[in-house]
Ligand binder design. Structure first.
Ligand code: HEC
Ligand code: HEC
Length: 305
């Protein structure tokens, strides 16, 4: 507050309190003329009503005095009187800081118990799962869906959610998935062929002849990131193209679009926002959830003796 406004506020407060104090003492002293019949002599409603004189009740007078004293006391102790900071030195910012510190200490004590555990071990702890689920809903669900099922532009986390280390690393550091645009490199026909090949990898509807032609191009241009078998690379964030889980849609038009113009998904880093303890809880919940969601794997066929 500038000096001008500080003085302005100070004058207003002093004026108000001064006036209230003056009225308080003046009011008890002022003499009201009283007629012989105990009224002021004023009459209302053609003389049917006469104005009588009553003293203020004692409790009312005491209460007024108490609030005056409280107001002045408050202005001495706390900030309020212009720029005067109050003799206690209290600030709301400091109170918030203190409350946050207390909260952090409380949480720290809580998380300390879990710090030694791996994500795998935590994913079997009911309390940790509850925290993890809540933290996921608060921080991740907006993009990845309430049950990590993903959405357009945001991968389903149930694909790799069982890999605790991977989830931790990705969530803490964030990730920028760079899928380069291939339209100019491959030309329209090349894009179409390779798109059909991509669709064939997951057994999605495709044109077999084009897919066959696309296989060679895929080996030339795509394997570096998506792998020779198309199963992707967690390290560069290249998705598995052989499953039916798509980030940007699995129909021919969407896949063509992905290849022609490229994609650039940005996953924010949570290291400084949530910290490792909380991200570990989320990873634990995600692992638990992923294992539960996944259809049970077919038992390996026993080799013939
Ligand atoms: C602002 C939206 C957004 C939020 C919020 C968000 N993510 Fe992501 N996340 C993304 C995008 C986009 C990608 C894909 C990035 C890429 O392609 O490299 C991604 C990728 C991931 C992946 C890699 C998935 C895979 O299988 O490759 C993981 C794991 C992940 N996020 C976890 C989380 C967790 C845990 C949280 C909450 C703490 C979170 N995300 C919050 C947008 C978000
Ligand atoms: C430099 C590494 C890299 C190369 C090379 C690359 N991709 Fe990708 N691709 C990615 C990444 C990373 C993503 C995920 C982008 C995102 O999440 O935004 C992706 C996404 C895709 C998608 C979208 C998948 C979905 O779930 O929606 C398709 C389709 C695709 N790539 C096909 C190809 C094809 C075909 C080629 C070769 C012509 C190719 N990519 C080459 C890294 C690469």
């Amino acid at each position: 507050m500038s000096l001008f406004w500080s003085i302005y506020v100070g004058v207003l407060i002093a004026g108000n309190l001064g006036l209230a104090t003056f009225l308080y003492f003046y009011g008890t002293r002022v003499k009201i003329p009283i007629e012989g019949d105990g009224t002021t002599g004023h009459s209302w409603d053609n003389g049917k009503l006469r104005e009588s004189v009553r003293k203020l009740p004692r409790w009312w007078a005491l209460m007024s005095l108490a609030s005056l004293v409280a107001a002045i006391g408050y202005l001495v102790l706390f900030p309020g009187f212009g720029n005067f900071k109050g003799v206690l030195g209290w600030t709301s910012a400091q109170e918030v800081r203190q409350a946050r510190e207390e909260n952090a200490n409380k949480l720290d004590a809580l998380f300390a118990r879990y710090r030694l555990y791996s994500v795998d071990r935590l994913s079997e702890d009911d309390v940790a799962l509850q925290y993890g689920h809540r933290l996921f809903q608060d921080n991740c669900a907006a993009c990845h869906g309430a049950m990590a099922e993903g959405g357009y532009g945001f991968p389903a986390l149930t694909v790799n959610g069982d890999d605790g280390d991977f989830v931790m690393a990705t969530a803490l550091n964030g990730r920028n998935g760079v899928m380069p645009p291939w339209g100019a490199v491959l030309g329209e026909q090349g894009v179409s062929e390779v798109a059909n090949y991509v669709l064939s990898l997951s057994g999605s509807p495709h044109d077999a002849a084009r897919a066959q032609a696309g296989a060679a191009r895929f080996k030339e241009t795509c394997v570096a990131c998506h792998g020779a078998d198309g199963k992707g690379s967690k390290a560069v964030g290249a998705p598995d193209l052989t499953d039916r889980s798509w980030i940007y849609g699995g129909d021919l038009a969407s896949v063509t679009q992905s290849i022609r113009h490229g994609r650039n998904g940005i996953m924010p880093a949570w290291k400084n926002r949530l910290g490792e303890d909380q991200v570990r809880m989320i990873a634990a919940w995600l692992r638990h959830h992923t294992l539960r969601e996944r259809p049970p794997q077919a038992a390996p066929v026993a080799a013939a003796p």
